[in-house]
Design a protein around this ligand. Structure first.
Ligand SMILES: C[S@@+](CC[C@H](N)C(=O)[O-])C[C@H]1O[C@@H](n2cnc3c(N)ncnc32)[C@H](O)[C@@H]1O
Length: 222
């Protein structure tokens, strides 16, 4: 069992609402931007670490969507809400798909949760078609002192407080804070993508500069 799957099993019921409330709805705007990265309407798209499938909601008219997700409770909620996604219960480090299958792999807020980020990214590259794209939405540790201070208070104190109110239990409330602050920097993540063989790596900054889109392409030259 991966380090966070137990946590997501426990919070599956409130996961989406909790995210919207604690981000004051901003995460909806961040997620909406995904549409701009996906061209055409006949794609085969893999939502990697799909959770309840909320990220795929924004590209459901862009092709067929398969979601892989290790938490059975997240999949259960996802199947109740989104019948346009074919959910597969799997870990990202060992994908049950043939090589060169998908036009796009999309993934929101999963990279920090992988037991082996490198193996997960290698698997993504393997299952992408040549010239297929990986589009990651992820939190990275803030760089400026102001945002470091602001998010330390917000993620370390205020979010856990809301979480306890909501969930009625003291789950690993520091999960969000710890997983973001202990994660690699955005530049290190881009270097890792390059090392694994992704090309044409681009980033898109989002408001507050804690959440970013990073895109990489499985190029013929890589
Ligand atoms: C913060 S949630 C994001 C869910 C969804 N992508 C979204 O946009 O809301 C992180 C997800 O990563 C999943 N996860 C944890 N370990 C994983 C692994 N090894 N491979 C794939 N997904 C994993 C969790 O079960 C959880 O659903």
């Amino acid at each position: 069992m991966s380090k966070t799957v137990g946590l997501f099993n426990k919070i599956a019921d409130h996961y989406e609402l909790f995210n919207i409330l604690t981000s004051f709805g901003i995460e909806i705007l961040w997620r909406k931007r995904l549409r701009k990265f996906i061209k055409g309407k006949n794609n085969l798209i893999l939502d990697f670490g799909a959770g309840t499938g909320v990220f795929s909601e924004y590209v459901k008219n862009k092709g067929t969507i398969i979601g892989i997700e290790p938490s059975v409770e997240m999949i259960k909620r996802g199947r109740e809400k989104r019948d346009f996604i074919k959910f597969v219960n799997s870990f990202g480090e060992n994908l049950p798909f043939k090589s060169n299958t998908f036009d796009y792999v999309i993934s929101a807020y999963v990279m920090r949760n992988l037991d082996s980020l490198e193996n997960g990214l290698k698997e993504i590259k393997r299952v992408l078609k040549l010239e297929g794209s990986l589009i990651v939405l992820e939190f990275f540790p803030p760089q400026s002192s102001f945002f470091k201070f602001f998010f330390r208070i917000y993620l370390g104190k205020i979010v856990p407080f809301f979480y306890r109110l909501f969930q009625g239990s003291a789950l690993p409330v520091n999960y969000l804070y710890n997983s973001i602050y202990n994660f690699m920097t955005k530049d290190d993540f881009k270097s890792l993508l390059e090392k694994i063989g992704f090309a044409k790596i681009k980033e898109k900054k989002l408001v507050f500069r804690i959440s970013f889109y990073i895109k990489g392409v499985k190029s013929g030259e890589s």
